[in-house]
Write a protein that binds this ligand. Structure first.
Ligand SMILES: [Zn+2]
Length: 210
């Protein structure tokens, strides 16, 4: 099961891969291979959304039924989800390595944002204040994409982008926000990538001293 270590919904979504093998040594390169994709169909997307707290059990069950009834539509949502994920990944990885995001990726995110923004409305809340609400979510197969796109927009406009990082582990490439006080976080999960790197350094030291 995918770990939620990104510190932000859109980053955890970008991390729904076992890892990414970068084509060049430079971190954040746009050319990379996805290793162990964890979003292989619409049901994977539902399972992840449930885990991320975007859906209740009842929502998820209803959407499973809906997906069975509208297979093609569900497959189309899954395809959009993967495209959105990759766009979020590339934009974030570019920023993490001090580069500019590609226009095509921003455009894709903007298309999803346009869909999402078509599904919000202003309502007068119970506590006497105005709140944004998602409208008509019951049968919408793509409702998780609205929140993910929204999370990406929020990060890009309001987040501290200097804290956006990409794990330095080999074949990892996971993204996270480094919220440590001294900005010292190098790895997605120390027990995973951090330890692998430590062991590798140790081995190469041993080799050298032989
Ligand atoms: Zn890692």
């Amino acid at each position: 099961m995918a770990k939620m270590i990104g510190g932000r919904l859109c980053l955890d979504f970008a991390n729904t891969v076992g890892g990414r093998r970068l084509a060049s040594e430079k971190k954040g390169a746009n050319d990379h291979a996805v290793l162990e994709d964890r979003l292989t169909d619409y049901l994977d997307l539902l399972a992840w959304s449930l885990r991320a707290g975007l859906l209740t059990d009842a929502d998820a069950n209803r959407l499973v039924r809906e997906a069975k009834r509208r297979e093609e539509a569900a497959a189309a949502v899954w395809k959009r989800a993967v495209e959105l994920r990759e766009a979020i990944y590339r934009i974030s990885a570019a920023i993490a390595s001090g580069k500019q995001p590609r226009a095509a990726d921003l455009e894709l995110l903007n298309r999803e944002l346009a869909v999402a923004h078509g599904r919000v409305r202003l309502a007068f809340g119970e506590e006497g204040e105005f709140v944004w609400e998602w409208i008509d979510t019951k049968e919408a197969l793509d409702q998780m994409l609205w929140r993910i796109a929204d999370s990406a927009a929020e990060m890009l406009t309001e987040g501290d982008l200097t804290r956006l990082c990409q794990c330095g582990g080999e074949d990892c490439g996971w993204l996270f926000e480094d919220t440590s006080r001294n900005r010292s976080r190098q790895w997605c999960v120390m027990q995973d990538c951090g330890n692998v790197a430590k062991v590798r350094r140790f081995r190469s030291r041993l080799r050298k001293t032989k």
